[in-house]
Design a protein around this ligand. Structure first.
Ligand code: ZN
Length: 138
């Protein structure tokens, strides 16, 4: 059994030689495909499953592609325009998770994201980025 798995691993390694493999663009497309498939469970959004399938097939095409130069260029373009997407998604998740304990707001001067514990009352907040003083009632 172990020899059989080893042979499969060897064959897969040989198959992947010269191919592009996983990168941030492909990983994000796979995640987006999973999210779209979950959204497709809602009856009116069933069209999303088709979109999810296309994203998954394109991610697979990119992973198996031997045109590395073009795939690197695509990944560089993706990182330039959407490179902060994972951190934004993490921030959004944290905000949703902490929605009961914190009030989030943006500094009116520099748009920095600030938070205050709910029920803090009438307070003056100093923005950590620009030093702007904000009167806030939470
Ligand atoms: Zn500020």
């Amino acid at each position: 059994m172990r020899g059989f798995l080893y042979k499969i691993r060897e064959a897969l390694s040989k198959f992947m030689i010269g191919r592009h493999g996983m990168d941030q663009f492909s990983i994000t497309m796979i995640y987006a495909s999973v999210i779209l498939n979950l959204l497709a469970l809602i009856p009116l959004f069933s069209i999303f499953s088709t979109l999810a399938l296309f994203l998954l097939l394109y991610a697979l095409f990119r992973i198996l592609s031997k045109n590395n130069q073009k795939r690197y260029a695509e990944n560089a373009w993706f990182l330039k325009h959407f490179g902060d997407l994972p951190s934004k998604a993490r921030q959004l998740f944290t905000r949703i998770k902490n929605a009961r304990t914190y009030v989030y707001f943006a500094c009116p001067q520099c748009k920095a994201k600030l938070r205050l514990p709910r029920g803090a009352g009438d307070v003056t907040v100093t923005c950590g980025r620009c030093g702007n003083r904000i009167q806030k009632k939470v």
